[in-house]
Design a binder for this molecule. Structure first.
Ligand code: SF4
Ligand code: SF4
Length: 293
């Protein structure tokens, strides 16, 4: 079972929930940080990273003198990575999406391939569990190819047994989050009950529901002073849409202090641990071995 912990916006609490579920998950599992633009799960999980894999994208970097200026490469590129001025072909490798189309149509073999570094993947362990993470190179804006490689590494892990996978998803509903959503069995949406958080949560619900994924909700920072209306609005949304509520995490100063120190919330007290155990239990019950069943 692969469960992505996602949210409509950054700061809703998905990394907090992923780290907390890791802390109480009753079975050996794999923990994956897919938030490759800002991977910070390791500050809570404190993995031992043992292997680094650089990830790059094949892109055209030079036009050779065999170019006949036919313009086919510019015509096929949908990403504006190739321009033609009079008879001069100009390449913008930083805009390339690595589709390979220009190489395929160039009958003169005039495009020289190079590699654009996207970032890196790291593998290691976290107690009894396995740990995978990715990070984009600073300045790199394209994350889906890095995420696809991260999932390829996940698929290739030499495992003796089938393990649950808990994934800290990229925030929002853009390409990185959808890339992850297409590769998991179920998704937990962490909802922030503020007006801004509610709006983004509704967007995320619509986006991921349309993918046919089994969904559940965890509401973070409930009972925030002055925001009782926000809690009620979120809970009634879940009820109206038949979205299972797997749990709530209360607004608490001690939680904010613990998170600032990189301490998973179940370590705060037996009561905190018990509430996250309940969330883990609810997710196992909701999604189980066959979440689509
Ligand atoms: S497709 Fe090849 S030959 Fe045609 S313009 Fe592009 S680089 Fe030149
Ligand atoms: S590989 Fe694809 S995206 Fe990149 S320059 Fe060629 S056609 Fe454009």
């Amino acid at each position: 079972m692969r469960i992505a912990i996602a949210s409509g916006k950054g700061g809703a609490g998905k990394t907090m929930l992923t780290a907390s579920l890791h802390s109480v998950w009753p079975l050996r599992h794999i923990l994956v940080d897919c938030d490759v633009e800002a991977p910070n799960l390791q500050f809570f999980a404190k993995p031992l990273l043992e292997k680094t894999i650089p990830v790059s994208l094949p892109v055209p970097v030079r036009v050779t003198e065999t170019c006949s200026h036919c313009g086919k490469c510019r015509a096929i590129c949908r990403y504006g990575a190739i321009a033609q001025f009079a008879d001069k072909i100009t390449l913008f490798p930083e805009m390339c999406h690595g589709c390979g189309g220009c190489f395929a149509v160039c009958q003169d073999k005039a495009l020289q391939a190079g590699q654009r570094k996207l970032g890196q993947i790291e593998l290691g362990s976290c107690g009894q569990s396995l740990y995978l993470t990715g990070a984009t190179r600073i300045g790199e804006v394209m994350t889906p190819p890095l995420l696809r490689r991260l999932f390829a590494e996940l698929d290739q892990l030499p495992l003796q047994e089938k393990l649950d996978v808990l994934l800290d998803s990229p925030p929002g509903v853009s390409c990185p989050a959808v890339t992850v959503a297409r590769r998991v069995d179920a998704m937990v949406l962490v909802a922030d009950p503020t007006p801004f958080g509610y709006a983004d949560f509704c967007l995320a619900y619509e986006a991921f529901r349309s993918l046919g994924l089994p969904l559940a909700c965890v509401v973070n920072r409930t009972a925030m002073p002055g925001n009782t209306g926000g809690d009620a609005r979120l809970l009634s949304f879940c009820k109206e849409h038949g979205l299972p509520l797997a749990g709530e995490v209360p607004f608490a100063r001690e939680a904010a202090l613990a998170l600032a120190k990189g301490q998973p919330l179940p370590e705060l007290s037996p009561a905190w641990r018990s509430s996250f155990q309940t969330i883990a239990h609810n997710l196992q019950r909701l999604f189980g071995e066959n979440p689509h069943g």
